[in-house]
Design a protein around this ligand. Sequence first.
Ligand code: G1P
Length: 290
Amino acid sequence: MQKIRKAVIPAAGYGTRFLPVTKAVAKEMLPIIDTPTIEYIVREAMESGIEDIIIIVSSNKNSIMDYFDNNFELETQLKTKGKMKELAQITDLPSKINIHFIRQHEQLGLGHAVLTAKTFIGDEPFAVLLGDDVYVGNKKPALAQLIDAYEKTGASILGTLEVSDENVSKYGICDPEAVVEKGLSKLKGVVEKPALEDAPSHSAIGGRYILDSKIFSYLETQTRGAGNEIQLTDAILRMMKEKEVYSLDIDGRRYDIGSKLGFIEATIDFALKRDDLKDSVKALLESKIK
Ligand code: G1P
């Protein structure tokens, strides 16, 4: 079985749910406290054993490339001033993983973004991590859980979560055929953003995928779907006729940081976990509630 070594992180979207700031700032650079959201995603990939990451960017996302590059001027300054802790904060990540970039010239949808990574991925199964979904895995990172399941099935796997009636139409929804073991199901279908009455289940794709490289041949011929976009979900559905696809319920907490409330919640929860902040943030919240 081929090892999962490469991951794709699409980051070319406009970020319209976070206007006005995303007019000039890449939404992936919005910080949860002091760390850009995309770094949490990159770290999850790293901690799941990924060796190479390809980030799909668009024209106004240069700050993402700068962020994962060395900043020699700042490093020299910090060294000269003996600020070694701060120096470690900016040099920690780039040295640990290979990060590559592709520019997507037109934003035609998630499926189209993933297709731009075809040459980089080649003929091996790979991971996709969406930047709006930040996970705190219970025992393992979300992607590591998917990789474990891939090692059992040898097939494509979609990371899933249960959603309520009012949220079904915001996600790709799975149509399970059979439960293989607790949390792991073989799928017979998947549909992007269905109306509640058309949804085959409440099992939603939560922004993590392991995909067979065969997906590229379907993406190449994929016509536009929901929202008039080239949807990854639609290509996965077509691939199911030829290749098995599974879903795995991710064991952990997911934050939808593409929504304002999800972003605020992530900020509070992450602050409450940090030794340098938890006591003062807790006291602050308690004083606000009173
Ligand atoms: C994308 C996918 C959808 C998935 C969702 C998870 O939609 O197309 O299938 O459920 O991410 O966040 P988006 O939220 O980008 O519209």
